[in-house]
Design a protein around this ligand. Structure first.
Ligand SMILES: [Zn+2]
Length: 99
């Protein structure tokens, strides 16, 4: 990774190159950095920490809904007003959240 201009780092410690969860940073003026700066295409990227934060927020925002008659489940954002097409009953919001 270093030879292509990407520095491996542990997700929980940027000063370590080994760990259970890894990511990388772009080495300034490395091959990857130069390729991106010299090319006409763009790559959208964001840090692993941002990615993790978004994942956590997404999990908190998904709610399980259950049909009171047939027991079918659907997942969606909180406070939806949805009805089971088979039973014509409204889905009830469960306490359970995506884990
Ligand atoms: Zn139903």
């Amino acid at each position: 990774m270093i030879s292509v201009g990407l520095q491996p780092i542990a997700a929980d410690n940027a000063n370590k190159m080994t760990g259970q969860k890894m990511t990388h940073v772009i080495i300034k003026d490395g091959h990857f950095d130069k390729l991106i700066n010299e090319s006409s295409f763009q790559i959208r990227y964001y840090s692993a920490m941002t990615d993790r934060d978004q994942t956590v927020n997404k999990k908190k925002n998904k709610v399980k809904y259950t049909c009171s008659q047939c027991g079918s489940h659907v997942w969606g954002k909180p406070q939806l007003h949805i009805t089971c097409s088979d039973c014509k009953n409204p889905f009830a919001e469960d306490e359970e959240r995506e884990s």
